[in-house]
Design a binder for this molecule. Structure first.
Ligand SMILES: Nc1ncnc2c1ncn2[C@@H]1O[C@H](COP(=O)(O)OP(=O)(O)OP(=O)(O)O)[C@@H](O)[C@H]1O
Ligand SMILES: [Mg+2]
Length: 131
């Protein structure tokens, strides 16, 4: 994939994600609040999975949420890697899944992680991942 290739061309995961968030914010007009980015680099299949999940989570916010703000946090530490992508959009009823949410779950499970999608109608949606 183009983005995953670009990421391997010398950029850390944090740099690649930051660049993607900036481009996405410029294009969509949504405000992005970055609360945390990893200080140590993340590489290999875990980095690819995180990058792929970020892209799908943002695609869903753009297509479905009607949000005006997206909050983003990516941390690494003794407890492992944690990803949170949260929007203040329309939300959706539980049980509604498509290919994108299934793919996010599969990408994280392939590297030993889990994805949880929490949504409240009228409040917004939060995608949480941990590895
Ligand atoms: N951030 C969000 N805000 C509001 N609704 C959402 C959000 N994310 C997902 N949804 C709802 O959950 C459904 C399933 O999302 P999913 O990504 O699995 O499929 P999709 O985006 O419809 O299609 P695709 O297979 O192209 O990803 C969406 O159709 C939408 O109704
Ligand atoms: Mg989708």
């Amino acid at each position: 994939m183009f983005e995953e290739l670009r990421m391997r061309e010398g950029r850390s995961l944090a740099q690649a994600v930051e660049d993607y968030l900036t481009e996405w914010s410029d294009r969509t007009g949504l405000t992005v609040e970055v609360w945390a980015m990893p200080k140590e680099n993340v590489t290999g299949p875990v980095a690819d999975a995180v990058y792929a999940v970020v892209r799908e989570a943002l695609a869903n916010v753009e297509r479905h949420s009607g949000a005006h703000t997206l909050s983003f946090a990516l941390t690494t530490g003794r407890g492992g890697l944690r990803l949170t992508v949260s929007d203040n959009g329309v939300g959706f009823a539980p049980g509604r899944t498509g290919r994108g949410i299934d793919t996010m779950k599969r990408r994280f499970s392939e590297v030993g992680g889990t994805i949880t999608v929490n949504s409240v109608v009228g409040e917004g949606t939060t995608v949480t991942g941990q590895i």
